[in-house]
Ligand binder design. Sequence first.
Ligand SMILES: Nc1ncnc2c1ncn2[C@@H]1O[C@H](COP(=O)(O)OP(=O)(O)OP(=O)(O)O)[C@@H](O)[C@H]1O
Ligand SMILES: [Mg+2]
Length: 291
Amino acid sequence: MEATANIENATGEKVEIMNDVVAQPNVDDIHETVGSPFCENAKMAMRDVQVYYGDKQAIFDVGLDIGKNEVVAMIGPSGCGKSTFLRCLNRMNDTIDICRVEGSLKLEGQDIYDPKLDVVPLRARVGMVFQKPNPFPKSIYDNVAYGPRIHGLTNRKAELDEIVETSLRKASLWDEVKDRLQSPGTGLSGGQQQRLCIARTIAVSPEVILMDEPCSALDPIATAKIEELIAELSENFTIAIVTHSMQQAARVSNRTAYFHLGKLIEVNDTEKVFTNPEHELTEAYITGRFG
Ligand SMILES: Nc1ncnc2c1ncn2[C@@H]1O[C@H](COP(=O)(O)OP(=O)(O)OP(=O)(O)O)[C@@H](O)[C@H]1O
Ligand SMILES: [Mg+2]
């Protein structure tokens, strides 16, 4: 597409230039998310979410539902607020002193920012997998048993053994580690460590799993394994995943949310977002014009 623009040159003279990219809309003028940010069977429902770091606002008026057993991908240019928004969903931003979250964020209708709510059980219900695999400096077994122990799910050895095995199986890691459960988790390969972290997260039977670029440190084979796993996990869990890989978003998610400068621009079925995006900013991003 071509467009012309009148600009002043260095000597103040008016000149007409040809642009091959049409000027993008001013983000200050965007007040509504296009598409389908809400759904009928919401597991988590967020409304009018604002997030500030000190005086600087990082998230503006975001409203989004994450449906039961749905995988929602969050995409957008670096710094647009994907991690910030994801961290709101299990109050991980509480650990950042200057961060302030406003708005309504509910899990099964319950306000997760209720001052009376204990965040420890919340983070068991809404688990998180980080970009960099971060196994504890403990054995493979103890990494997975850690959550069930601290949340008091069981202290019977046989039950714990079973939770560890089932979690490692669900994370597609059991066959690779079953003969060395007492070896350190940190001795595994990067892809195995990430699957160990997923096993650790699912060991406490969360309802929602948040993943922030879980494959960015992994090779294509390990990435493919995690993607397969996400597909399997979505049968039992609700998943929100931040990714810089549009192929990954397209492969694993049901709906895709496009963020831009702290605003949620568009949410639609993933196929629609990648084949026929509704908003011009989404289109510009997925066609590689910025980001
Ligand atoms: N701990 C923090 N303190 C102050 N500002 C922060 C902090 N974390 C993020 N920000 C700011 O909030 C905005 C959104 O950052 P965020 O990390 O959420 O973006 P992102 O979309 O996850 O980016 P990336 O794709 O690079 O991970 C940025 O302007 C960033 O500088
Ligand atoms: Mg991020």
